[in-house]
Design a protein around this ligand. Structure first.
Ligand code: NAG
Length: 98
């Protein structure tokens, strides 16, 4: 049978991770999006900061590129409502309120 989880020595991992931070329920919400390559954070978006921030020289290029797209920034900024608050309302009864 095929090995479903082989130990690839030449494996590279590209990951984009979204975080919702809830401060006092949904009163104050912060959305953080991290772009990670091989466990190194290249760039991140923080709804409290607004523009993308580069964390490495390559990430800086990525940040500049994304910061030139106001629609994209607005889309990410809106995630505090469309994703974070929306999911809070769905999941809080099963987690926070227990
Ligand atoms: C937390 O939020 C509630 C409204 O949802 C507000 O009345 C209260 O003052 C807030 N508490 C703090 C510590 O900010």
């Amino acid at each position: 049978p095929p090995d479903l989880c082989p130990a690839h020595t030449g494996l590279f991992q590209k990951m984009s991770k979204c975080e919702c931070h809830f401060i006092n329920g949904t009163e104050k919400v912060r959305f953080v999006l991290r772009h990670i390559y091989n466990r190194e954070q290249l760039a991140h978006f923080d709804s409290d900061v607004r523009p993308y921030v580069g964390d490495t020289p390559y990430g800086e290029q990525l940040a500049q590129y994304r910061n030139n797209d106001p629609e994209l920034l607005e889309y990410y900024r809106a995630q505090v409502d469309t994703s974070c608050r929306y999911n809070y309302d769905l999941y809080a009864p099963f987690s926070v309120e227990r």
